[in-house]
Design a protein around this ligand. Structure first.
Ligand code: SAM
Length: 238
């Protein structure tokens, strides 16, 4: 590939090249399924369960970004949603498929980088992201937001969980510029609630709050080192 910058996409690809490639990293991350990683448990996020229980969302068609081993996709399918769940790691998709088969339900898993995803406009009632966004480099954020806006139906919902800045799970507080100086996301970027509001200002905010800690015996996943946020796609004013 010629190392030339002739357009915006060339610039993004050059910036990608300064950082680690996601697929090899995540494939090796998922090789050992017995590792003590909090989100390896097969339980849905407490906030996602709450959105359903409280009737805050009633989605039929859902897109999950960075679905990992499928714990939230499985919950959504069990709730009767038609779920497209995307991840760049083959290891995670294999694991998710095994788990889903055991539950006797169906999820459409897609092995793909979210930035290569072909999404039909206005298809989904809910786009869900648990823990993928904080691994997205700042120069890809505009594409990330455009993907969500394109994927959602009018008034559709977007929900995410991401690291609290310098929270008990990490969540780097470095600036966006430092990502490129250090050529690293330092294990995942951390956010404040104000920063999330600014990044997702094109959406209507329904709530931004800390995830509630869940006990080992609970049937939900909950760690207070994460933000949970629920937004709604706003329709342009005429
Ligand atoms: C912290 S894990 C969370 C997995 C899952 N959502 C969960 O909570 O159990 C982040 C996931 O995002 C995926 N990911 C990171 N960058 C991605 C990209 N550009 N496209 C698709 N998936 C990506 C990784 O492979 C990984 O499975």
């Amino acid at each position: 590939m010629a190392e030339e910058i002739n357009n915006q996409e060339d610039l993004l690809v050059m910036l990608d090249s300064l950082l680690r490639e996601p697929a090899p990293f995540w494939n090796s991350f998922y090789k050992d399924r017995e590792k003590n990683i909090p989100f390896f448990v097969n339980k849905p996020d407490e906030n996602l369960v709450r959105y359903f229980d409280a009737g805050m969302v009633k989605p039929q068609k859902v897109l999950e970004l960075g679905c990992g081993p499928g714990r939230n996709a499985i919950f959504l399918a069990e709730k009767g949603c038609s779920v497209d769940a995307v991840d760049v790691s083959e290891q995670s998709i294999d694991w998710a498929m095994e788990r889903t088969k055991k539950c006797g339900i169906e999820v459409n898993y897609i092995l793909e980088d979210i930035f290569m995803l072909q999404v039909e406009e206005a298809t989904y009632d809910l786009v869900y992201d648990s823990g993928c966004f904080h691994h997205i480099a700042p120069h890809r954020r505009v594409d990330y937001i455009n993907l969500i806006k394109r994927a959602l139906k009018p008034n559709g919902f977007f929900a995410l969980t991401c690291f609290v800045q310098e929270g008990n799970l990490g969540g780097s507080s470095m600036s966006d510029w430092d990502v490129y100086r250090k050529r690293s996301l330092e294990g995942g970027l951390g956010f404040t609630d104000q920063r999330l509001r600014k990044i997702f200002s094109e959406f209507g905010e329904i709530e931004i709050c800390r995830m509630k800690d869940a006990a080992k015996t609970d049937n939900v996943f909950g760690v207070s080192g994460l933000w949970t946020a629920l937004f709604q796609k706003l329709e342009p004013r005429i």
